[in-house]
Write a new protein. Structure first.
Length: 270
């Protein structure tokens, strides 16, 4: 499957009119990882706004070192940014990206939601994911790469969904080309990061929570049943735990960091 660069540029130019595009596009047929390739380009002098797109990855990575299956037909891209954030706030970049892409796809009529912390969900199944990598100097993030993988026409596992099949079943043809989807994802990343930088984490987090599918979900933590009530500014999941003392029920709140628990998927009946 050959990626049509001009179609992507035309789609982006429709958004930016007569302005110069804020992206430097590098398109490959096959790379080990778009994040890894982008880091190499940054080392060679590429600036924020540099984007790597590949039709296939041979060593795609997900969160916490997991392998991301990257067959032909999916969207695999990475964008370089230069955030002004403390290292302890790095997960805000993932929250911002998840919200930005989700909000952008919803504008296009695709009812995407967010599964904490970084999955894009459609009809209860995984549509895509985000991997953020950073470089830190003296406690500050100096460089960051946002990696995104989205199922478009590729094969997916039972817990996954691809956008092309979803569109066919819903008589929707908004994304009849991978390049159109790519343009909207790039716009989503940019709008999410801009929201974080201009509006601040409190506004960004409130918007993220509006699209979070896990609110009210129940999960066991250390044999205690917790109810999801929100997300912290650091990206941790807020849980209200119901316990009992000798007189009455009490509901303390705890937070758990990404990667420590799994919320699973709720598939929507069809």
């Amino acid at each position: 499957m050959e990626f049509n660069r001009q179609l992507l540029v035309d789609s982006l130019q429709a958004e930016y009119k007569h302005q110069n595009l804020p992206f430097s596009l590098h398109i490959f047929d096959n790379v080990s990882s778009t994040n890894q390739t982008l880091w190499q380009l940054i080392d060679q002098g590429e600036k924020p706004g540099c984007v790597v797109i590949a039709t296939q990855q041979t060593a795609g990575r997900g969160q916490w070192g997991r392998q991301w299956q990257s067959p032909t037909g999916g969207l695999y891209l990475s964008m370089a940014i230069a955030p002004k954030l403390e290292a302890t706030s790095s997960y805000q970049l993932t929250l911002a990206t998840a919200w930005g892409i989700t909000a952008q796809l919803r504008k296009c009529g695709i009812p995407v939601g967010i599964k904490w912390p970084n999955d894009l969900i459609l009809d209860g199944r995984k549509l895509g994911g985000i991997l953020t990598e950073t470089k830190v100097n003296q406690g500050q993030i100096t460089q960051a790469v946002i990696g995104v993988g989205i199922n478009w026409a590729n094969q997916v596992p039972e817990t996954g969904i691809n956008l092309q099949l979803w569109q066919n079943s819903h008589n929707s043809q908004m994304f009849h080309h991978l390049e159109i989807l790519t343009s909207q994802v790039l716009l989503g990343i940019k709008s999410g990061i801009e929201c974080l930088q201009v509006e601040g984490i409190n506004i960004l987090l409130s918007r993220y929570l509006d699209l979070l599918t896990n609110m009210g979900d129940q999960v066991y933590v250390n044999n205690f049943l917790g109810t999801v009530v929100g997300v912290t500014q650091e990206g941790n999941l807020r849980l209200r735990i119901t316990t009992y003392d000798s007189k009455a029920a009490v509901t303390p709140e705890i937070s758990v960091s990404p990667g420590t628990i799994s919320l699973g998927y709720r598939q929507t009946p069809v």
